[in-house]
Design a protein around this ligand. Sequence first.
Ligand code: DGY
Length: 444
Amino acid sequence: MEQMLKIRDMDTILLINNAKEVLDKNWLQGYTSPSIKLYPHQWSWDSGFIAIGYSYFDEERAMREITSLLKGQWFDGMIPHIRYNSLFENYFPEVSFWNIPQRYISLNSMSSGITQPPMITIGAYCYWKNARDSDKAKDFLKEVFPGLMKFHRFLYEERNPLKNGLIAIVHPWESGMDNSLAWDLPLSRINKQDLNNLPGYKRKDTEIVSTEERPDDLNYNRYIYLIELFKSLDYEQRLIVKESPFLVCDILFNTILCRAGECLIEMGRFLKDDVRCVEERLDTTKKSIQKMLWDEKSGLYLNYDLNSRSLIKKPTSSSFTPLFAGIPDHGQAEKIYGYINGVCQCPLDDANFAVPSSIRCEDDFISDNYWKGPVWTNINWIIYKGLKRYNYTNNAEKVKESMLNLISRYGFYEYFDPVKKKGCGINDFSWTAALTIAFAFNVP
Ligand code: DGY
């Protein structure tokens, strides 16, 4: 508790206690479900954020969160985006829908067939940095380091089509920002006729959360189309990268990869491992982000569509995130900072500077629909860390304060509508709770 640098008042202490209760509720003896009702299984990038929250007050759970996820790692190194729990059946797509060939996974492993950003590496790093028992932390790092290295190697070997260190995602779910406005263009390549032969399926999410707040059916059909394609290619990465109509260098994925690479280097040096290849890869990815994802005209980073070999001219909140990994130079950082403070983004009202997921003045901004407008805690935490990294301390504090205000006013919602001013999606959402704690402790 000595690390509670910024906890000034009873309200914050109460908020932290409530956040811990949410995590207790979602803890399933080995991992934390993002939400027992809506997402009962273990999600990869969620677990990274959740482990960061635990690192401040429950080291045991931080460790278990990470080891549980790594148990689902594929033989080729991929960490799947969902590790299923057989106790829960009320989720679509269910594990059998993915039909993963046995050659990729250990017996009884229950897994999806795509990946997500390597937040788990950053979770392991925060656990290590915050651990009070340093011998135990060292043993733990020794145990998990090889799995994390293997995951990063997988990304660079299998998802690096231009061989320039820019990692490609093949499904919107791999970005975590499932129905981001930036994905509308690449997804439109899957046309309506392609969707005629999909297997019958029934969405479960819209039975729990209102339809307006979730991805629409057309998008959802396209997600399923891509899964069917990957199944037909027997989950051969080389073929998937060759055939997928959705093939994108995602800014956020590559930014998280860079920050995770920095963490891997520091952990590896501490373990006296040879990390030269990680350093080289990190350098290549950072340079390629600068060369290919920076758009001078808008003064922002944009996603890159590999199928048309062009930038997707649709900025979203992920356009600001490279600050988190120290990628922009001073001039670029100034432009991003100016944009975040511009009329399009903030402030929403006097008390609120949190950054929404899309640009507020764009026509297709929808304030309550999943990643098409709402404010998300994880992206704001990443932006907060990025602003701090570049010494925009005042604005970083405003982002943090407004996020904590939103959460204390409305609850631990999955996301928040910045126009109608309400919590959206599911309540008692784990990463909202975990990052409340990370915001409040404010270190490292
Ligand atoms: C969902 O169920 O909406 C998830 O985002 C898919 O990973």
